[in-house]
Write a protein that binds this ligand. Structure first.
Ligand code: NAD
Length: 420
């Protein structure tokens, strides 16, 4: 993992350097775009349930604040490393700029396996983390949020601790909170919903219709489920979905909600061949995650893990459009190969930016003390995602470059022009 974190950082920095050089930004500006403004590293000590003290290592890395306060999640993971946190902070600067948000990029992390902690220990660790970073965050300074293994409940402990330390309310300092403590309606489905808005905008440009277009979705968690559910409602034919234990292929199109019901009962998607309100083996067949990626579909949506499309399977990918709902699902090699083959790849920094966009809407509501209905949030998300797509599409057409390169150019231009 150590080397994987380094690789991730090197590749994010290489992409920024390459794009910035093409844009003829000067050497010092490129350095400013790469180096984080602050990298806070600390040890956290909590008392375990046994009464013994235990030390954990953590970071908050604040990459760039040209466009606004740093924004980015906090991950709890046993294999996280500084380089990974820095890479993610860097990519948050790009993602926020792509999405047109008034934010820079940041990320936090603690080396911990949360499954090995009791709930009380997890709460003490979350509060201790805020104790370490309280003086460097704030609604106009740095706004953390959930990430891998951190939940709305953890955010509620964190905001509570933060407000106790500063002695006043400041709900806007942390997003991804439960509704009861200032979270936004619409946040749960926001990433999947935002990805769908981008896909629909793309199809309009390509003069294609959603109706009957076949889609395979890898991952049936928060992002994959809502993407599949809303895409089906928009007329797409979802023919395959999967989770970590495997997937199902229903050629005539599966019922997403029924499949989720079945998954809840069985504990896995495999075996759930659901059409309409009935699940029966005659409707479909089981596929492995590997097979799912290679299915003859119009659109492939990796919404689970990174690097799942790589040099081992890139030649077998049949979909013409790939929507990167997960972060970094294509390796560099697979990306270059598939772009050369003429595939359209909607980059992660655009496709999955619906989550951070609704985090922004949560922050706006907290700052204003005025709360929108779910429909109002969804309508605003639609407008913002379509606007973000439009700018990137325009750049891609004008310069005859793939969407990913266009997204990085749009983002770097926005950031660099705000750096005085
Ligand atoms: P999640 O934990 O809710 O769901 C992950 C899904 O992937 C689960 O269905 C799991 O079974 C499946 N999975 C795990 N290992 C797998 C494997 N080997 N093969 C196939 N499927 C596997 O996570 P999520 O929030 O849906 O996030 C998914 C991806 O989207 C991640 O890359 C995440 O970083 C990215 N993302 C999430 C958000 C968000 O708002 N949740 C925002 C931006 C990006």
């Amino acid at each position: 993992m150590d080397s994987q974190g380094k690789k991730m950082l090197e590749s994010a920095q290489a992409l920024i350097t390459k794009t910035a050089e093409k844009m003829q930004l000067d050497h010092e500006m490129i350095k400013r775009l790469i180096e984080p403004e602050f990298a806070h590293e600390f040890a956290l000590t909590i008392t375990m349930d046994t009464g013994k003290k235990k030390v954990f290592k953590g970071w908050r890395i604040q990459h760039n604040s040209a466009l606004g306060p740093y924004k980015g999640g906090i991950r709890f993971h046993p294999e996280t490393v500084r380089e990974e946190v820095q890479a993610l902070a860097t990519l948050m600067s790009i993602k926020c700029a792509v999405a047109g948000l008034p934010y820079g990029g940041g990320k936090g992390g603690i080396i911990v396996d949360p499954k090995k902690l009791s709930k009380a220990e997890l709460e003490r660790l979350s509060r201790a983390f805020i104790g370490r970073i309280a003086h460097i965050i704030g609604e106009d300074v740095d706004v953390p949020a959930p990430d891998v293994n951190t939940t709305p409940e953890i955010m509620s402990w964190m905001i509570d601790e933060y407000q106790k330390i500063i002695g006043r309310k400041s709900a806007a300092t942390i997003t991804g909170k439960p509704i009861a403590v200032g979270g936004s309606l619409g946040r749960t489905a926001a990433t999947g919903r935002g990805g769908l808005f981008v896909l629909l905008s793309l199809l309009t440009k390509l003069k294609k219709k959603a109706k009957g277009t076949t889609v395979a979705v890898q991952g049936f968690g928060n992002v994959g489920y809502y993407f599949a559910k809303l895409a089906r409602e928009a007329g797409f034919k979802i023919v395959a979905v999967s989770d970590s234990k495997g997937g199902v292929y229903v050629k005539d199109g599966l019922s997403v909600d029924q499949t989720m019901e079945c998954k809840k009962e069985k504990g896995m998607v495999a075996g759930c061949y659901c059409k309409g309100s009935v699940c029966d083996i005659k409707y479909g067949k089981t596929v492995t995650n590997k097979e799912l990626l290679e299915l003859p579909v119009d659109i492939l949506v990796p919404a689970a893990l990174e690097n799942v499309i790589n040099n081992e399977n890139m030649v077998k990918i049949k979909a013409e459009i790939i929507v990167e709902m997960a972060n970094g699902p294509l390796t560099k090699e697979a990306y270059e190969y598939l772009v050369k083959k003429g595939k359209i790849i909607v980059p992660d920094v655009l496709a999955n930016s619906g989550g951070v966009t609704v985090s922004y809407l949560e922050w706006v509501q907290n700052k204003a003390g005025y709360y929108w209905s779910e429909k109002e949030v969804n309508d605003k998300l639609k407008v913002m995602m379509e606007k973000a797509f439009e700018a990137i599409w325009k750049k891609s057409v004008e310069k005859k470059i793939p969407l990913k390169q266009a997204a990085f150019e749009v983002a770097l231009k926005r950031i660099a022009s705000a750096m005085v």
